[in-house]
Design a protein around this ligand. Structure first.
Ligand code: HEC
Ligand code: HEC
Length: 189
């Protein structure tokens, strides 16, 4: 099909599938803004950016919070209130929003060297990709909140975050100092 033909077909499909409210945020998106921010900047640094995160990854996290495979006193009750279709709609909607710039500066050279060494050893980019944007079920890490990244990597390492055993195994051998350096480096990307 030509490019115009493809676009036309997609436009027709969109018109048939979702007549009136295609561009409107899903009803429950307003709920998320209370913590994840109305313009994508989270209200506090313990809360991750979800604007512009990969749709597959957002959906998997909502599903895991609801099923109890990942737990958090703030997020779990929210996810429990969502059904599967709402999770899909929210994932698509937030993935479509622009990633916000949290203005996190490049850390000191020491941290960068340490982060490089961990990233090379563990081949982080083989999954999270060269630009750290991930894809599908693999999350974007570039520009994520440094405080959140550090906490969630520590949670993988300690076994508190159980929804991905291979991430937990990968981080198992790194010190707090390594994890902090990686978090600060990724946040600045
Ligand atoms: C009361 C505050 C609060 C509200 C409301 C809230 N969240 Fe969260 N959310 C959090 C916190 C805190 C975390 C981090 C949890 C952790 O550290 O494990 C989180 C994590 C997430 C994650 C995982 C992100 C990642 O990078 O792993 C997703 C996806 C998410 N929230 C989506 C949503 C959606 C969609 C809504 C609205 C339906 C919502 N949240 C409402 C506080 C909130
Ligand atoms: C084999 C592929 C793979 C490799 C290698 C890998 N990751 Fe991951 N990573 C994933 C996947 C998949 C997830 C999502 C897990 C989930 O669904 O909870 C993830 C999740 C994460 C998260 C959580 C992000 C968030 O928003 O909560 C961080 C941080 C992370 N990885 C950092 C790293 C670092 C640092 C390295 C190297 C030391 C690394 N990863 C290596 C696949 C990988």
């Amino acid at each position: 099909m030509t490019r115009t033909g493809t676009l036309l077909a997609l436009a027709l499909l969109a018109a048939v599938a979702a007549p009136a409210r295609a561009q409107e945020p899903p009803e429950k998106a307003a709920l998320c803004a209370a913590c994840h921010g109305a313009a994508g900047v989270p209200i506090n640094p313990e809360t991750p950016v979800i604007w512009g995160q990969n749709a597959g990854y957002i959906y998997i996290q909502l599903r895991d919070f609801k099923a109890g495979h990942r737990r958090n006193p703030q997020m779990s009750p929210i996810a429990e209130s969502l059904d599967k279709q709402e999770m899909k709609d929210l994932a698509m909607y937030f993935a479509d929003q622009p990633w916000p710039n949290l203005q996190q500066p490049l850390p000191p050279r020491d941290d960068i060297t340490r982060a490089d060494s961990v990233n090379n050893q563990a081949a982080c980019k083989s999954c999270h990709l060269d630009d750290w944007h991930g894809d599908s079920g693999t999350p974007r890490l570039a520009g994520q909140s440094s405080t959140y990244l550090k906490a969630t990597m520590q949670a993988f390492r300690s076994g508190a975050r159980t929804n991905n055993p291979s991430m937990a195994a990968l981080l198992g051998s790194y010190s707090d100092r390594d994890i902090e350096a990686v978090a600060r480096f990724l946040a600045s990307q």
